[in-house]
Design a protein around this ligand. Structure first.
Ligand code: IPM
Ligand code: MG
Length: 352
């Protein structure tokens, strides 16, 4: 079959890791007889530099008409220490989420036996951990109005808002994911303090009778942050609001010792977006040393979720496992010879 994929390489290591995922997708095309057409567009700091807008209209149009979006990373240190910058690369990411209606961010957290020793946690705590964090992505304090500064600039405010339909649709996705997995759903909130969290909890409680096979538990976010470290193996599917999900998904991703391997999907109303969770890693940009596996595994999620090509996705996951067994990996996870980003991509595409 023929598929159109929008490619948004973005900033830092984005372009070089995305290039490897494209190599692997092309190999999938040859092996399984599909044609993938890739069209690139601008996003992030690169887009600000070139056209003054971190998510240009042209990029939006390309995403809207594509079957899926493969995304690299955004972020540039020149903006990080300049709180006065008028346009920021991150605004591009938020605009993309809002305009494509990407209300759910899905981050599977899995351990890889050969990388367990890189975990900051004891092996016995983390070995076999396997859960999914589902983060609401287009509501809450990230988008609520009003937001801003008082006239004298001495007061600043953000607003956390959720409506029942917004909460329902993300919880529904959480229940559905749990149904496909170990049938346990943890709803994370701060219902002892926040009105929005009480709406989340109330809505979840109303929905539980429709999913009788799912065991639901409720956890305050501070407690969840602690339990992810203490008993990561106890979680199956975790669902939470935008800001809590931002924090917990970073925490969850690092405990496995395999940050460079973790993919993500953002899904919703229009075209879904697939990206590695590790960000733009500007120190490594252009050096051909960044680990491309998270992006390549994001491409596997793309095949499975957007194109309904599960066998093809499994082929990518298999060849990634083999590359790790055989030590064809970049310096961040290698125990012996370190391979370049481009060498790993080529090996995977040749051995698929
Ligand atoms: C993420 C990132 C973004 C977020 C930033 C870059 C705006 O941390 O995707 O988790 O906070 O959502
Ligand atoms: Mg984040």
């Amino acid at each position: 079959m023929d598929f159109n994929i929008a490619v948004l390489p973005g900033d830092g290591i984005g372009p070089e890791i995305v290039e490897q995922a494209i190599k692997v997708l092309k190999a999938v095309g040859v092996k399984f007889n599909h044609t993938f057409s890739f069209t690139e567009a601008l996003v992030g700091a690169t887009a600000i530099d070139q056209v003054g807008d971190p998510f240009p209209e042209e990029t939006l149009q390309l995403c809207m008409k594509s079957d899926a979006v493969l995304f690299g990373a955004i972020g540039d240190p020149k903006y990080d220490n300049d709180p006065k910058a008028k346009v920021r690369p991150e605004q591009g990411l938020l605009a993309m989420r809002k305009k494509l209606g990407l209300y759910a961010n899905i981050r599977p957290v899995t351990t890889f036996p050969s990388l367990i020793h890189k975990s900051p946690l004891r092996k016995d705590l983390v070995e076999g951990a396997d859960f999914v964090v589902i983060r609401e992505l287009t509501g809450g304090i990230y988008f609520g109005e009003p937001r801003g500064r008082s006239e004298d600039l001495n007061t600043a405010y953000d607003t956390c808002v959720y409506t029942r339909p917004e909460v329902e649709r993300i919880l529904k996705l959480g229940f559905e994911y749990a149904a496909k997995r170990d049938k346990r759903l943890t709803v994370v909130d701060k219902a002892n303090v926040l009105a929005t969290s009480r709406l989340w909890r109330e809505t979840a409680q109303e929905m539980t009778p429709s999913f009788p096979e799912i065991e639901v538990d409720y956890m305050f976010v501070d407690n969840a942050a602690m339990q992810i470290i203490q008993w990561p193996k106890k979680f199956d599917v975790m669902v939470t609001e935008n800001m809590f999900g931002d924090i917990l998904s970073d925490e969850a991703s690092v405990i496995t010792g395999s940050l460079g391997l973790l993919p993500s999907a953002s899904v919703g109303i229009h075209t879904s977006v697939f990206e590695p969770i590790h960000g733009s890693y500007p120190q490594a940009a252009g050096k051909d040393i960044a680990n491309p596996l998270a992006t390549i595994l994001s491409a596997a999620m793309l095949l499975e979720i957007s194109l309904d090509l599960s066998e093809e996705a499994a082929a990518i996951r298999n060849v990634v496992d083999r590359s790790m067994d055989e030590g064809i990996v970049t310096e961040d996870i290698s125990e012996g010879k370190a391979y370049k980003t481009s060498e790993v991509g080529s090996w995977l595409s040749e051995n698929l």
